[in-house]
Design a binder for this molecule. Structure first.
Ligand SMILES: NC(=O)c1ccc[n+]([C@@H]2O[C@H](COP(=O)([O-])OP(=O)(O)OC[C@H]3O[C@@H](n4cnc5c(N)ncnc54)[C@H](O)[C@@H]3O)[C@@H](O)[C@H]2O)c1
Length: 473
């Protein structure tokens, strides 16, 4: 596959969505070599450290292109599953089959021993989480541990690639010095260090690997060459060799922060649309009907461990970015907007039964990380509401751990308010007869805007005033 220094400019000039085609594989079978030195048509051994939701699809992809893959994880259950040829990650089309195939042909194995894996590997890819601590600063505990654990196995010629999203400068200033110090190797002479952001969307990982250009930046020219050659050999999408690691780090933060700021703008528009009695979805669809406008959808908040997190990575180094911090506050403030709307319909929430539908950060992904459902439940309870909840992806115990009473689908509920926090398609099957006391539906994702509500039940979408919601999207 091609290695370029810039993504194709033409589609990126447009503000609208870009439909990226899947790139067919044009690789001839790779020749396995040891050591691997980046020659086209050759494959070596790669250690993937962190075999989670993103790491495991990477393992499958790399193994499918002739590389020997050693998955490294700290969880014995993950290692055991991979060594049995079983994917422990659900909801990724094609992944279970690809893992089984790679295990059967001997190209994929797993271990708890990171140093041993690094010793055998030509390339080490790190994809363990970096999250936020309570002060909204990067929490490096998993990555620091992963870096320390691979270091004893690194050797002259090792290429280490960070795929986990990092603040700008971390590859060069935080991690490369640790690797050099622990190994005695020198960057760009016998140790090659690069950053390449993981940009996959949960549930579409393997498809996205064939679609999205792979961005790569090295500490220096040789790191960049080796990292780009690695991805050119394992991916079918184009590889973009950027100027340096910092440009590649920043690109991921720019992409995710752009989405957060865009959603914040949509949320402000939605608040105004509410005030003037206009349907924001109609407005957005109209505005986006030329290629320079790409307004996202408003909602009850932004969850998951990407979009609400990475603006803080930027802010941790660039606190002067006012728009970025304001957008975070606007998006987090959407819970307050929802609660105010309920109070407007119901008065005080003291003792009021409220049912929250959808607790994961988005529908279809069993992940509670940074889900806005958790502060939502907390705030409702703070206002005195009696909160029950349902999520098709969670067990009653998991729901109870989120601080709400589990509601069973189809059970009669005393709820006076129902509030959707995800757009799970299952919610279209709600029968309003289950809620004889219902006064208001707050539709936090505007996904039930076409629902027929019983007489006397108010519908409230985010920027979709009652009475206007049928007027067109
Ligand atoms: N999940 C997403 O949607 C997504 C999308 C794009 C990018 N990313 C990036 O991928 C990173 C990882 O996300 P994920 O969803 O795969 O996380 P995950 O929690 O599903 O998986 C992380 C894995 O790393 C393992 N791990 C933790 N510490 C380790 C260590 N010291 N050594 C070896 N293994 C260790 C864990 O046991 C787990 O299996 C994120 O931090 C983010 O930068 C995630």
């Amino acid at each position: 596959m091609t290695v370029t220094t810039r993504p194709l400019a033409a589609p990126s000039m447009l503000g609208g969505s870009i439909e990226l085609p899947a790139h067919p594989c044009e690789h001839d079978p790779a020749r396995r070599v040891a050591p691997w030195t980046g020659q086209p048509g050759t494959a070596g051994t790669v250690a993937v450290v962190g075999a989670g939701k993103m790491g495991l699809p990477l393992c499958a992809q790399f193994a499918g292109h002739g590389w020997r893959v050693v998955a490294v994880d700290v969880q014995p259950a993950v290692v055991d599953a991979i060594n049995a040829g079983v994917s422990h990650v659900d909801g990724e089309p094609g992944l279970a089959e690809a893992v089984a195939r790679a295990h059967a042909d001997g190209s994929l194995s797993a271990t708890l021993d990171a140093a041993a894996a690094a010793r055998e590997a030509d390339v080490v890819v790190l994809i363990v989480p970096v999250m936020l601590d309570d002060e909204q600063q990067p929490d490096y505990r998993y990555m620091d541990a992963a870096v320390a654990s691979v270091a004893p196995g690194l050797h002259a010629g090792s290429t280490v690639i960070f795929e986990t999203t990092l603040p700008v400068g971390d590859t060069r200033h935080r991690f490369a010095p640790r690797l050099e110090h622990a190994t005695g190797l020198a960057s760009e002479r016998d140790l090659f260090v690069a950053f390449s952001p993981e940009r996959l969307y949960s549930g579409h990982a393997l498809a996205n690997l064939a679609q999205y250009p792979k961005l790569v930046g090295g500490l220096g020219e040789e790191s960049r060459r080796l990292a780009a050659a690695f991805y050119a050999s394992v991916l079918d999408a184009p590889v973009v060799a950027m100027s340096n690691a910092e440009a590649a780090e920043f690109s991921k933060l720019a992409d995710t922060t752009y989405r957060d700021v865009n959603i914040a703008l949509a949320n402000e528009f939605a608040r105004y649309a509410d005030r003037v009695g206009v349907d924001i979805q109609e407005v957005i669809a109209a505005a986006n009907s030329q290629p320079y406008s790409h307004i996202h959808q408003p909602g009850i908040g932004v969850g998951g461990h990407c979009i609400p997190v990475y603006p803080h990575f930027l802010l941790s180094r660039a606190p002067e970015m006012e728009l970025v911090s304001l957008s975070r506050r606007v998006n987090d403030g959407q819970i307050g907007v929802a609660i105010k709307a309920l109070q407007k319909e119901l008065g005080s929430l003291e003792g009021v039964e409220v049912l929250v539908l959808g607790l994961t950060y988005r529908d279809g992904v069993k992940e509670l990380a940074y889900s806005r459902a958790l502060p939502l439940i907390e705030r409702l309870a703070f206002h005195g509401a009696i909160v029950s909840a349902y999520d098709p992806l969670l067990t009653p115990d998991e729901i109870a751990r989120c601080g709400a009473r589990p509601w069973a689908w189809g059970e009669e509920s005393p709820a006076r308010a129902v509030l959707t926090q995800t757009a799970d398609p299952a919610f279209a099957g709600l029968d309003w007869a289950w809620f004889p006391d219902l006064h208001v539906l707050y539709d936090g994702r505007n996904s039930l805007r076409d629902a027929r509500m019983p007489a006397g039940v108010a519908y409230h979408g985010v920027g979709v005033p009652a009475g206007l919601r049928a007027s067109g999207r």
